[in-house]
Design a binder for this molecule. Structure first.
Ligand code: SF4
Length: 392
């Protein structure tokens, strides 16, 4: 494997470098959906030229968004890069763009559709680019849990909070029940606000972000948090546990960040003396505790920008981003926290052939893979998103 800088070493391959999601067909989830269309071959030597030409032909009619976890071959065509919330904001700030091509995953395109004008079309280059974490909270399951809280008489005390990484259906549920959306940057502010509205929070769908924020930033005990498993009767919890809990965490997690373990941290500290371990709050609680720094994707990028030359960093987040950070900081030693590769398989479904196909379809007057959220869901989801924007 190539060295991309003097200090960067490509992690070794796992037998399954891409987590195998998206297999088979599962119409109730974001994944397992075939992408229509006649894609160009990945080996086509003209792909870069074709994407460049199609984008130039479309001009200001198209605006291409690229999430930080996208492949380099796609990111080079992005008009703007960012995390999911920044990209949704950027989409909303381009009311004149007829087409928003979202190089990210399905829930992000949904958020962009909610925040853009009705006549704008949001396009996902591969419909199979879902998010396994978002899929872990399905509306019917969440409504069943809420009914259980109502039967117990605690629903009036509970404020639902959902991470940005959730479907529009879940954001709509949260909006209808006077809750708020949060990102990994503002999770503490969202929880502070929620605990002013009620005495309990129902945190969806990422248990780790909820737990890490509550315990490490707000001073709760681990015992204040309970895990609601939608696959068990009554979430696998007793009535007493639910009555006593301050944080009811949904049993969801990110398949990528969930791979980092306490052993990854111990191992890198032995390999790289003096290393600073910097992880995303979607990592497990014990990993975040063992790290030196924790923060959102934007925090990680800024931390590397501010780091002194010669410092060493082991980063626990998606590999495409970590490799780009290593390239951008050749004066620092940047290491992937794990020894082996793990990309987000669904993010990686958006590759150059899908982007070329999408742009060329638009040039031909056809609009592929449009992501739309129905008006009722969008209206309710907007309430929860607006509440996030209004956080003190
Ligand atoms: S990195 Fe994790 S949270 Fe982000 S899209 Fe992939 S599975 Fe979802």
């Amino acid at each position: 494997m190539n060295l991309v800088t003097a200090t960067w070493t490509e992690p070794g391959n796992t037998p399954v470098a891409l987590l195998l999601l998206g297999k088979g067909s599962d119409p109730a989830s974001e994944r397992g959906v075939d992408c229509p269309g006649d894609l160009p071959a990945p080996s086509d030597p003209d792909l870069v030229a074709r994407a460049t030409a199609a984008k130039a032909t479309l001009g200001d009619r198209v605006f291409v968004l690229g999430h930080h976890y996208q492949r380099d071959e796609v990111i080079r065509f992005a008009d703007v890069t960012g995390d999911s919330f920044r990209l949704a904001q950027q989409a909303a700030a381009r009311p004149d763009a007829e087409f928003i091509v979202f190089c990210g995953v399905h829930f992000m395109a949904e958020s962009a559709d909610i925040l853009t004008k009705p006549e704008q079309r949001v396009i996902l280059p591969d419909l199979a680019a879902g998010c396994s974490m978002a899929d872990m909270a399905v509306l019917g399951q969440v409504e069943t849990a809420w009914e259980h809280f109502q039967d117990l008489g605690i629903a009036g005390d509970v404020v639902p909070v959902t991470y940005m990484n959730s479907s529009a259906d879940i954001k709509g549920f949260v909006g209808r029940n006077s809750g708020v959306v949060c990102t990994s940057s503002n999770a503490k502010r969202a929880l502070d606000w929620s605990f002013e509205q009620g005495s309990k929070v129902f945190f969806l769908p990422d248990q780790h972000l909820g737990r890490n924020t509550a315990v490490l930033e707000m001073g709760f005990d681990l015992d204040d948090c309970v895990l609601y498993d939608p696959h068990k009767p009554q979430g696998g919890l007793t009535d007493e546990q639910l009555r006593n809990a301050k944080m009811i965490l949904w049993r969801g997690h990110c398949s990528v960040h969930g791979r980092f373990t306490i052993d990854s941290v111990r191992d890198v500290r032995e390999r790289v003396p003096g290393v600073n371990v910097l992880v995303h709050p979607e990592c497990r609680h014990e990993v975040v505790r063992a790290a030196d720094y924790v923060g959102s994707t934007e925090y990680i990028i800024k931390a590397l920008d501010a780091a002194p030359a010669g410092s060493s960093w082991a980063i626990g987040t998606e590999l495409n981003l970590v490799r780009r950070l290593a390239l951008a900081h050749p004066d620092k030693q940047v290491t992937f926290l794990d020894r082996t590769v793990c990309y987000c398989s669904t993010m990686n479904r958006i590759d150059l052939p899908h982007l070329v196909w999408t742009l060329e379809e638009l040039v031909a007057g056809r609009v592929p893979n449009v992501i739309t959220v129905d008006e009722e869901t969008a209206r309710a989801a907007r309430i929860a998103l607006d509440q996030m924007l209004a956080l003190p």
